[in-house]
Design a protein. Structure first.
Length: 65
């Protein structure tokens, strides 16, 4: 679960959540993504960014108001 303050949904917070998601994806699937990117001639950073955004939908967010 990710706990957020309702008043703090600015760009800095969004970038932090995205970076946490990237770290999570890299830790879980980093080697597989690198292999996939190499085999299909894709940019690894772009692929990681897209997967991190998709991963955000799997988080459970709790908003404190």
């Amino acid at each position: 679960m990710v706990y957020l303050n309702y008043n703090n949904l600015d760009d800095k917070t969004q970038q932090h959540l995205l970076s946490v998601s990237k770290e999570d994806i890299e830790r879980q699937f980093g080697d597989k993504l690198k292999t996939y990117a190499k085999d299909h001639h894709l940019n690894y950073d772009t692929l990681l960014q897209e997967e991190a955004i998709r991963n955000l939908y799997n988080y459970s967010f709790v908003f404190n108001i």
